[in-house]
Design a binder for this molecule. Structure first.
Ligand SMILES: [Zn+2]
Length: 344
């Protein structure tokens, strides 16, 4: 596993100047300026190592969880040794220090459904405040419920609320649940409102997700966590079902894939090479313009610190020979475009 430090003391000033140049280029907020600014910044990289260049990449974390157990009830965290405590913004900032996280998108945390509006209000407040990088959010919702249309209408036109997720891989979630008539209608409604839906489902059921997508051509979808393909899976049939599902979803223009999550399926003493086949397949299947980095912190801490996860992904993309321009899309640009993220 790689543990590259983004800053070495000897390079401090040079690094600082380069990051300032990148920041200024991005802050300008005009497409052409961003591109030319970054290109010249990257051109200045010639002669430096690929690792140094990667350290300068600004990151959008498209999957930032937070939970304050004094405010919200998360039944699934109870009794969990690692995750059964609060994780708040200051913890996130400490966990990502030095990693060049430019902006984040909150991801819902499967709160008790009674707390869904409270959860949304909690993250809208964070998006409005200037003391943190969160700029947008994907909130909880139960598309199959009668109250869904009234619930989501509360957030219509919000500059912060970009989409909805309901995790579909819980022990009690039946296969095919996302094909329920009301569920499909609600996901179509999200598209009418300009919102996306996150597909977080069992790797063997991605083709159900594809059937949902087929019925919702006006809705944009995000496949969470490389389709949840287990990196330790050895059953050829299961691997084939995951790959078939991913390929089917990648055929559809309105679907993008989050490159994340699967480190939690690795053995305790994992290495980047253990993750590489899954990650590589996911990135190549969705291509350079429809894959986005996601942290999935603090869930990733079941196996990896945030820095270890980012380090492993950077190592994998270096070994793939991915161009810096495509790396910038993966870590930053694709997310900005998909969610139409504003500067903070
Ligand atoms: Zn997650």
């Amino acid at each position: 596993m790689s543990h590259h430090q983004p800053l070495s003391p000897a390079l401090g000033r040079r690094e600082f100047l380069r990051e300032a140049a990148l920041g200024a280029a991005i802050g300008a907020g005009v497409g052409g300026v961003i591109e030319s600014g970054l290109n010249s910044a990257f051109a200045a990289e010639q002669g430096k190592s690929a690792v140094d260049s990667q350290a300068a990449l600004p990151i959008v974390d498209t999957h930032q969880h937070l939970w304050d157990l004094s405010k919200l009830n998360l039944p699934w965290t109870k009794g969990n040794e690692v995750l059964g405590k609060s994780f708040v913004m200051s913890d996130y900032l400490a966990a990502t220090k030095g990693l060049n996280i430019a902006r984040t998108v909150y991801m819902e945390v499967d709160v008790d459904p009674k707390d869904q509006v409270k959860e949304a209000e909690y993250v809208i407040d964070l998006c409005q405040r200037k003391d943190n990088p969160m700029v947008a959010a994907v909130i909880s919702g139960r598309p199959a419920s009668d109250g869904f249309a009234a619930y989501i209408a509360k957030f219509k036109g919000s500059p912060y609320i970009k989409g909805v997720r309901q995790v579909l891989h819980g022990a009690s979630d039946p296969a095919g649940y996302c094909l329920d008539k009301q569920f499909v209608r609600s996901v179509q409604l999200l598209g009418e409102m300009g919102m996306s839906f996150d597909l977080c489902m069992r790797s063997g059921e991605l083709l159900d997700g594809d059937k949902l997508v087929a019925q919702c051509p006006g809705t944009r979808f995000v496949v969470d966590h490389c389709g949840n393909g287990d990196v330790q899976e050895t059953d050829a049939g299961k691997i084939a079902r995951w790959k078939d599902g991913m390929k089917a979803l990648a055929q559809r223009d309105n679907v993008v894939c989050k490159i994340s999550g699967i480190v939690v399926t690795a053995r305790k003493d994992w290495k980047a090479a253990d993750l590489a086949p899954n990650m590589r397949f996911s990135m190549e299947t969705f291509g350079p313009d429809r894959r986005m980095f996601a942290g999935d912190w603090p869930v990733c801490t079941l196996r990896a610190s945030f820095a270890q996860w980012v380090g492993a992904l950077k190592e994998i993309v270096r070994e793939m020979g991915m161009s810096l321009a495509d790396q910038k899309k993966l870590f930053h640009d694709n997310a900005v475009r998909f969610y139409a993220l504003k500067d903070k």
